[in-house]
Ligand binder design. Structure first.
Ligand code: BES
Ligand code: MN
Ligand code: ZN
Length: 498
């Protein structure tokens, strides 16, 4: 979709559809009032008759509104003005775009970006509107032989800002929003692809293509070289599969040569059967999403490259399947990780931490300024936080605060969980330096504690996105989270958020 920014009054827009908001109960926003004045109370009459109460999520499409230059007017209910916050703003944009897409309008001029949102700037509203709009029109139908084609799809959206002096900041925010949306869309595509297509080789190929299109270096490390590097924990996970594992390394160098990089590590299990500790059958198809951490860091480096951000960013993806098989790792096997620490693998379904620990040790060689891993790591995190917040762990409070703030700003939120040493007890093993699982209690925390043993040298954070990376049910699919959080974090570091 194409986007642009403008300022102006609603009655003067030559557009297929002008979109204005109505608060509950029946309170016109400024733009709706301007239209109403030009239309000699046409809109307030309709509202008074009870056809638009202003309830959140409701819409009403009007044709031939007198006194205007547009073909249609779309009224969007915004809910109560006092309660209009980040979520409500996103919901309003979503229902506007959804309804526009169902009309014959090729383009829309959206005044909702004029409406103030608590604590938020005009730039924030534009950035968020672009992300949500793109999200609303996203489809994954490449495997449908009959696609449900929209007859006249929405092609162009214009967002209105109320003051001319905000245009420059809004233009910048629009670019950021579009880049974030592109990163999210790539992450969603990778997540939604079936696991027979999106295997470790496919992730590596996608990374290589992305690197060729942008100023990014790409290195793919194969099984033999992993063995030479001593990555026996990662290799233990790949043993059961016929698909060879890949370690994908991407460098985006937008900063000075000696700027230390931000290093992002993403879990890339392209299918998680559990291995010998086999998972139960129901919903096992969803374990194709177990590479969404990988997808999110690849999406993030794409957004950084699109925005030509002045920083160095390294992305590391350990990619593997987790399958049972004649050569698969057995519960009880002991392996030596790249760090030299030994691990007793008690449960082959706790494989994420086994591939991540070697990738995190490998990150040492890039001397990270900060090190952040992103992983669909534990079902326990879904129990703790549901599908709203990602679990955040960090060994540095400043870094934790920055990531929490970025998540809040992006409406892609995280919630901090404890990494106290008391939880480390659960990982004790009588035979090796550690076990790969504790008991069921605090499962997301003990997984993070496991990773913490490999990142002591760095300012490190871990995002458990098991509950936020995809949606189940009828409209199941990858969400593209936490690309927006991560890009907001980078933008904020660079002082580029307004
Ligand atoms: N990929 C799963 C985590 C997961 C489970 C994400 C359900 C989303 C929904 C991970 O590899 C896993 O299987 N974790 C185990 C750990 C356990 C064996 C300690 C889990 O959460 O059950
Ligand atoms: Mn697993
Ligand atoms: Zn997994």
């Amino acid at each position: 979709m194409e986007f642009s920014i403008k300022s102006g009054s609603p009655e003067k827009q030559r557009s297929a559809c002008v979109v204005v908001g109505v608060f509950e109960p029946r309170k016109l926003t400024l733009a709706a009032e301007l239209l109403d004045n030009a239309a000699h109370n046409h809109i307030s009459d309709i509202v008074r008759r009870g056809d638009m109460e202003g309830k959140a999520g409701s819409t009403l499409l009007l044709h031939n509104v007198p006194g205007t230059l547009c073909d249609r007017v779309l009224l969007v209910g915004l809910g109560k003005e006092k309660e209009f916050g980040d979520k409500e703003f996103g919901d309003a944009i979503r229902s506007a775009v959804k309804t526009l897409n169902e009309t014959g309008a090729f383009d829309g001029t959206v005044f909702l970006t004029e409406t103030s949102v608590r604590k938020r700037t005009c730039a924030w509203r534009v950035r968020q509107a672009a992300i949500v709009a793109q999200e609303t029109v996203y489809r994954f139908d490449q495997y449908k032989s009959k696609k449900d084609k929209v007859r006249r799809p929405l092609r162009k959206l214009t967002f209105i800002v109320d003051r001319r002096n905000e245009l420059a900041a809004a233009e910048e925010a629009l670019k950021q929003g579009q880049a974030i949306a592109e990163g999210m869309s790539l992450a969603k595509d990778l997540g939604n692809l079936p696991p027979n297509v999106c295997n470790p080789a496919h992730l590596a190929e996608t990374a290589r293509e992305l690197a060729n299109e942008h100023k990014i270096d790409c290195q793919i490390i194969e099984r033999d070289e992993m063995a030479d590097l001593g990555m026996h924990s990662l290799l233990a996970v790949a043993r059961g599969s016929h698909q060879p594992p890949k370690l994908i390394v991407l460098h985006y160098r937008g900063g000075k040569a000696d700027d230390k990089p931000v290093v992002l590590v993403g879990k890339g299990i392209t299918f998680d059967t559990g291995g010998i500790s086999l998972k139960p059958a129901p919903e096992m198809d969803e374990m194709k999403y177990d590479m969404c951490g990988a997808a999110s860091v690849i999406g993030t480096i794409k957004a950084a490259a699109l925005l030509k951000l002045p920083l160095n960013l390294t992305v590391i993806v350990p990619a593997s399947e987790n399958m049972p098989g004649g050569s698969a790792t057995r519960p009880g096997d002991i392996v030596t990780s790249m760090s030299g620490q030994t691990i007793e693998i008690l449960n082959t379904d706790a494989e994420g931490r086994l591939i991540l620990c070697d990738a995190l040790t490998f990150a040492d060689r890039f001397a990270p300024e900060v090190l952040i891993d992103i992983a669909t790591l534990t079902g326990a995190c879904v129990i703790a936080l549901g599908h709203v917040a990602s679990g955040l762990y960090a060994n540095n409070d400043g870094l934790a605060r920055e990531l929490l703030h970025a998540g809040d700003e992006a409406h892609d939120r995280a919630w901090q969980m404890p990494l106290w040493n008391d939880y480390q007890e659960a990982l004790k093993s009588p035979f090796a330096d550690m076990a790969n699982v504790g008991n069921r209690a605090g499962g997301s925390i003990t997984a993070a504690c496991f990773l913490a043993r490999f990142t002591k040298k760095h300012s490190w954070a871990h995002l458990d996105i098991a509950g936020t990376a995809w949606k189940s049910g009828v409209d199941k699919g990858a969400t593209g989270r936490p690309v927006s959080l991560l890009v907001h974090y980078l933008l904020k570091r660079l002082g580029l958020l307004s």
